[in-house]
Design a protein around this ligand. Structure first.
Ligand SMILES: Cc1cc2nc3c(=O)[nH]c(=O)nc-3n(C[C@H](O)[C@H](O)[C@H](O)COP(=O)(O)OP(=O)(O)OC[C@H]3O[C@@H](n4cnc5c(N)ncnc54)[C@H](O)[C@@H]3O)c2cc1C
Length: 388
């Protein structure tokens, strides 16, 4: 198995890098300052086929592999973490459909997501069910005439209130916990579906994060993904794949902050010398470059391994373990590199006019969402005995 980039992937990386530099970077500070969702960037990515990049060609996607998707997210995150989340969140919302949708469900729901005509979201987290996702209380009760009635609340949902299509996880039947959970496709305009609080955040401010409420939302039976009780498995296998996107986002943030900090210390003189002439800073830069490269190698390898698994609903322990490792490693690297980058800028690093302050705030979320880094350690541990 090789995870060197092919010529095609290198060409693609350079194209996305140029696009990000020319069209996204000039918007990044304003997106952060206003906190407004950058619909123009969504439309730009739609135009360039980045929203459905790694979705099947048969359903209008780009058919690219997960490494190519990681490269796209990484390149955009180098200049704007919020914008990179547009690509990652679309993939997250689509993944349950890719894993468990019937051909008819894919035709109906995945096709418009892959083209970008519909924005997607993934709604698992609840006020009392974050890390312990199986404790979700949202329920889908069978209705006498067929279908389900969905009632409950989700919080912190990326694209919440904007997404046309949301995959919502809810308990069905008499069982409780993971065994009870089922996955449903919910449309934005369904009666009983409303948007609550829209969160104000430390970072990724242009991404909309909202509370969703469901009050007896009627769902036809054909909105159930897989069988009743498959929901938890669908959610976990989704995260096995999409955590790579968060890892890529984190890696891009780290690389972007490193590049800025390196350029700054090379150009800045104190004590009559360039700052890079001080060994203390040389060692810091060497350590950061090492962390970034090690993180990239892990992410690219994990992307290859997860890609091989395809859209199979049963992942191997290696798939689950490696994607959790990549997310943990890349996000810790992002936090470390961005914090050091602020330090290397000195007082300027603390001023909002310089992007490294924003990058440090943006980096933090990568240690929290799609499972906190404590949860990644739990996942890694549980999947350790794989090769024993
Ligand atoms: C900006 C943003 C976007 C998000 N987007 C989405 C989305 O699109 N869809 C979605 O479903 N969710 C989303 N989330 C939710 C996110 O995944 C959760 O916030 C996260 O999983 C943590 O859950 P929690 O906030 O309830 O924290 P808690 O579970 O309450 O955790 C609090 C602390 O305790 C630690 N902890 C918990 N259990 C253990 C344990 N067993 N051992 C050790 N430590 C533990 C955690 O690591 C954390 O440090 C988003 C969150 C944010 C902030």
């Amino acid at each position: 198995m090789s995870y060197d980039l092919t010529d095609e992937q290198r060409l693609f990386r350079d194209t996305v890098r140029r696009l990000a530099h020319e069209r996204v970077e000039p918007r990044a500070a304003e997106i952060d300052a206003s906190g407004a969702y950058p619909l123009d960037v969504y439309q730009l990515f739609q135009e360039y086929g980045l929203l459905g990049l790694a979705m099947p060609e048969a359903y209008g996607g780009g058919g690219a592999d997960l490494l190519t998707l990681a490269i796209a997210i990484e390149e955009v995150a180098r200049v704007c973490a919020t914008s990179s989340l547009i690509i990652a969140a679309q993939h997250l919302g689509a993944m349950p459909l890719m894993l468990a949708g019937t051909p008819a469900q894919k035709e109906r729901f995945l096709l418009p997501i892959a083209s970008g005509e519909h924005m997607a979201a993934f709604a698992l987290t609840e006020p009392e069910a974050g890390s312990d996702a199986a404790a979700a209380r949202t329920r889908a009760e069978p209705e006498p005439g067929g279908g389900y009635s969905l009632t409950g609340q989700k919080v912190f949902i990326t694209n919440g209130g904007l997404a046309d299509t949301t995959v919502v996880f809810a308990a069905t039947g008499d069982r409780t916990g993971a065994a009870a959970m089922s996955a449903f496709v919910v449309d934005k305009d369904m009666p009983g579906f409303s948007v609550g609080r829209v969160e104000k955040k430390l970072g990724i401010r242009g991404s909309q994060t909202a509370e969703l409420r469901f009050d007896h939302v009627h769902l036809e039976a054909d909105r159930l993904l897989g069988q009743e009780g498959d929901g938890f498995k669908i959610a976990m296998r989704t995260l096995d794949r999409t955590r790579l996107g968060i890892a890529a986002q984190a890696l891009g943030i780290a690389q972007g902050a490193f590049d800025l900090a390196f350029a700054h210390v090379r150009g800045r003189r104190q004590f009559g010398r360039a700052l890079t002439e001080f060994q203390g800073l040389q060692w810091t830069l060497a350590d950061l470059a090492l962390q970034i490269e090690a993180s990239r190698q892990l992410l690219y390898r994990a992307s290859e391994v997860v890609e091989q698994a395809g859209f199979a609903i049963d992942s191997s322990r290696e798939v689950t373990r490696l994607s959790a490792m990549a997310k943990l490693q890349c996000s810790d690297t992002a936090m470390r590199v961005t914090t050091e980058a602020v330090q290397l800028f000195g007082g300027y690093g603390y001023i909002e006019d310089y992007p490294v302050a924003r990058m440090m705030r943006d980096a933090k979320i990568t240690q929290i969402y799609e499972g906190t880094n404590q949860v990644q350690r739990i996942v890694i541990f549980r999947n350790l005995e794989a090769d024993a």
